[in-house]
Structures are given as C-alpha cells and as structure tokens.
Write a new protein. Structure first.
Length: 280
C-alpha cells in the first residue's frame, strides 16, 4: 500500500497527469500589434474543460502583457504523457516521449541500478568484476544485512544493469530509508531524483525503440493536429518489433515474504519474454 490515501493525493494529482488535452491558437495585443500565441492545457474532467483552461491562459497572458497581473513563479510543469491505462489511483501506465510504455506506481518500490561501484579493496587490487554480477552480489549482501527489515527483493536483469523490486513495505521517495537504499545500492542518480520529484516510482515496461533499430518518434501531448494516423502507424510498427525483445529477465528473489501482487504480475507480463534473446 502506498501513500495515495485520498483523492487529493492520487497519482494523477502528484504527477500532474491529465486525461484530456487541448492546444489552441489565440491573439493577444502587444505594443498595439496583434500577435498569435498557442496555449496548451490539460484537464481530468473533459476536452471542453481543457479548452476552457486554454482560453483562460490566453486571457492571463494578455493581463500580464498589460501589466495588470504579475507573472507567477510557482508554476508546476505537468507530465505530458499519454495515459494508456489507469489501473487504480496508485498505478497508471503512460506512454513517454519516445513511445515506450511506463508504469507509474506509488504502491511498489522499484529501483534501477546500472553501475556497480567497486569497494576500496576491489579498486586497490584491480579486481575485474562483471558489472551485473557485481550489482547482484551487492544486493544479496544488503538484503542479508536487513537494511530494510522484513522485505523481499525481486531481482531482474536489464539491458544495462539490474532492476530490483523491494516488496513488503512502501518506501516513500525522499525519505531517509529511500536515500540510504539509493546510496548503498548505487541506484541511478537521475532516476532517484525523478522519484523524489514525482513522489512515485517509474518502470519502463516496453523496449527502447533505438535498441530495436526502428525509427524513433517524439510523442507530443496533445497529439499534433493531423498526426493521429502517423502515431498509430508507428505504434503498430513498435508493437510488432517489441515481440522479439524483452525489457527484463527474472534472476532471483531474496527473502521468503509473500510476493503475490497484481502489479508484479502486470510488470512481468509486459517485461519478460522467454522467447526473446535480446534485452532492450
């Protein structure tokens, strides 16, 4: 169980994700001349509500230009990703800017670790250690030390490193326990920072397009006018190519706790592919 205990703290709210988007063109008057601007807005109510927010934005731009109101510095940038599936208030699948599907979750702890950090003795003796095996060995030691007591760890191999799910207790991003785990496991720094900023965990569920050697596309939200069919065609090509790849390979489970979870099942259904030889 995560920390989305009420509607105001839902994953939609914390990520600033929107079900409906609108982008419209307006005219404003600047120094006596009419200028065209484009305003973009999202809403979780309706397309019409998003369009109304666009209009309000344009009105505010004019008020700022006329120096009738001050520019706000507290603007929070929304997550401009298409919502693919709302599983529940704590788990949402989105499509990111390069087209991959992403699990956003505030119910399961997921960490990506791409680099094994050698110990002082290993560096001193120039000991050669396989990166992925080094990370797995480190995780085994950390689990044995019970740095997060009473938890079960599910370990996967990824293209560049290791993914680990820490199960049995939710770790709030930014908490001391979160920081300790990230530091000791050498979890990816950018990923850890994003977890704190977005107050949730993110796990890529489908392959990166460039690793499958298919054309990349930049997913914009909302979809640019007239580009709907191009996006659908790309999604079909991407989905077909993905069948020959896997995102992860299951390695092992550390601990004897119950790991039955529909989110784990969903993750494995997307990420694992016994028929695939390559990870992407």
């Amino acid at each position: 169980m995560g920390f989305a205990n009420h509607e105001n703290d839902s994953l939609l709210t914390r990520l600033r994700l929107f079900r409906f988007w609108a982008e419209k063109e307006f005219e404003v008057v600047i120094d006596g001349e009419r200028r065209k601007i484009r305003c973009r807005a999202g809403s979780n109510e309706s397309k019409q509500a998003a369009e109304e927010l666009c209009r309000q934005k344009a009105e505010r731009v004019q008020l700022i230009v006329d120096k009738k109101v001050k520019r706000q510095n507290s603007y929070e940038k929304p997550t401009r990703e298409h919502i693919i599936e709302e599983i529940d208030s704590e788990n949402i699948i989105t499509r990111n800017y390069y087209g991959a599907l992403i699990l956003n979750t505030s119910s399961v702890n997921i960490f990506d670790i791409d680099t094994y950090q050698k110990t002082f003795w290993e560096r001193l003796t120039f000991k050669k250690i396989d990166n992925k095996q080094g990370i797995i060995g480190l995780l085994r030691r950390l689990h044995a030390e019970q740095i997060i007591p009473g938890t079960t760890w599910r370990i996967y191999e990824t293209c560049k490193g290791i993914r680990v799910m820490v199960l049995g207790r939710f770790i709030e991003p930014g908490s001391e326990q979160f920081k300790t785990f990230c530091e000791k496991s050498n979890a990816d720094g950018l990923y850890s920072w994003l977890c704190i900023q977005q107050r949730c965990y993110r796990a890529r569920l489908t392959p990166k397009p460039y690793r499958m050697h298919i054309e990349c596309i930049k997913y914009r939200c909302p979809v640019p006018e007239g580009q709907e069919q191009a996006y659908k065609n790309w999604e079909h090509e991407y989905s077909s190519a993905s069948r020959g790849f896997a995102v992860c390979r299951y390695v092992e489970t550390l601990g004897n706790g119950v790991v039955d979870s529909r989110i784990i099942d969903l993750h494995d259904r997307y990420c694992l592919n016994d028929q695939a030889e390559k990870l992407a």
